[in-house]
Design a protein around this ligand. Structure first.
Ligand SMILES: *Cc1c(COP(=O)(O)O)cnc(C)c1O
Length: 392
């Protein structure tokens, strides 16, 4: 039965074992929470691989190895939040550098790019990256990064990662993909040619809405070293408890994503048949503009659904306040369902005209479909839609 080449374990197995060998010191099966600032040195300058927990911590390192494995990458870095991870990548740049950004963007990234980073001499150009040729037009001599998310937030548009990587590479820029919505279970941007993957592990990877965190995964060793240096210099690291909670969440990512996906399909199908709903944005519908691309570059359609209410802003606001299982709140990707109003919540940082141009109107409601029972979720939306219509 001896195999000549060891079989690479599948995603589900790597989620539970990558970076998670039994503890070398004690044999603990589960990676311990190394709640320590410093590591006692055997002699001056002689340590056992760790010296100070901002620079390195065994619990954090286990998480980093696991995430790198799940993203099919060589090097993983964990950060204190998704925004710390994103800032860490942008801090690879120098004053005068230019970034081309897909304008369908997480609001916090937009805030960082539009209100903080320009003060350090970085320039950002926003394009509609659903047409990758727009990126090509915007790229110039000083472009160092192309920044995209796919599927996008909240309308779940698809962006062609391989095409963007090709355009970026041709201009010697790097393609960064924020893979938070898709998760590594459904999409691996590095395998599609992207150079950098960022995550808010706060969302699906942590999965239980109890810990903020972020991550970056790259294949290039020099980039990994620069990121590590910068993170150590700027300090945006997660504590060991947060790293441990995130790692515990990551173990069940595959089973959760399957359930998120089947529930989202059920909820999207239910909503499509409702007279109160003008449009359902869900990439798993064959008439969704990103359906073919989703099938080509993803392994599923994810757990997010957005809807446009016939009754406009008033109906959308009433719906958000009438659900009982779907909690009204920021965030997404937890086991519990959430409902949100992008206009004044996740997308509050964008100017109104930008939102309207992107189709993010006052009538849009976003659902992060959790892993509760799908019939219960549909029943909750049913009562909330009736309630919202009755109080019109
Ligand atoms: C939430 C989110 C972030 C920011 O992550 P935090 O952990 O909240 O800092 C970045 N990108 C996307 C797509 C997100 O959903």
């Amino acid at each position: 039965m001896a195999e000549t080449r060891p079989r690479k374990p599948a995603f589900e197995t790597r989620a539970i074992h990558a970076g998670q060998d039994p503890d070398a010191a004690t044999g603990a099966t589960i990676v311990p929470v190394y709640q320590t600032v410093t590591f006692t040195q055997d002699a001056i300058g002689v340590n056992r691989g760790f010296e100070y927990s901002r620079s390195g911590n065994p619990t954090r390192e286990a998480l980093e190895q696991c995430l790198a494995s799940l993203e099919e990458g060589r090097f993983g870095l964990a950060y204190a939040s998704g925004m710390a991870a994103i800032a860490g990548v942008v801090q690879l740049l120098e004053s005068g550098d230019h970034v081309v950004v897909a304008d369908d963007l997480y609001g916090g990234s937009y805030r960082l790019f539009s209100q903080v980073m320009p003060r350090f001499g970085l320039r950002f150009t926003y394009v509609d990256a659903t047409r990758p040729e727009e990126i090509d037009k915007a790229v110039c001599e000083s472009t160092r990064l192309v920044w995209i998310e796919s599927p996008t937030n909240p309308l779940l548009r698809l962006i062609d990662i391989a095409a963007c990587a090709e355009i970026a590479g041709r201009q010697r820029a790097r393609l960064v993909v924020d893979n938070t919505f898709a998760t590594p279970f459904l999409q691996n941007p590095l395998a599609l040619g992207a150079h950098v993957v960022v995550h808010s592990t706060t969302k699906y990877i942590g999965g239980h809405s109890d810990v903020i965190g972020g991550a970056v995964v790259v294949n290039d060793e020099e980039t990994a070293q620069k990121l590590r240096f910068t993170r150590n210099a700027t300090g945006g690291v997660p504590g060991p408890w947060d790293a441990w909670l995130t790692l515990r969440g990551a173990k069940t990512l595959a089973v959760r994503m399957r359930q998120h996906e089947s529930n989202a399909a059920a909820v999207a199908g239910f909503l499509k048949g409702r007279s109160e709903v003008a449009r359902v944005h869900y990439p798993g519908f064959p008439d969704h503009p990103g359906f073919d691309l989703a099938r080509a570059q993803m392994r599923g359609f994810g757990g997010m659904v957005a809807i446009e209410l016939v009754g406009g802003e008033a109906a959308a606001r009433r719906l958000c306040e009438a659900t009982q299982l779907f909690a009204l709140g920021e965030s997404l990707g937890g086991v519990e369902s959430l409902i949100g109003y992008p206009w004044s919540m996740s997308h509050a940082a964008f100017p109104p005209e930008v939102k309207r141009r992107k189709g993010i109107t006052e009538a849009i409601v976003r659902l992060s479909v959790g892993i509760e029972n799908a019939d219960d979720l549909c029943a909750d939306l049913d009562q909330a839609l009736r309630h919202a219509a009755a109080s019109a």
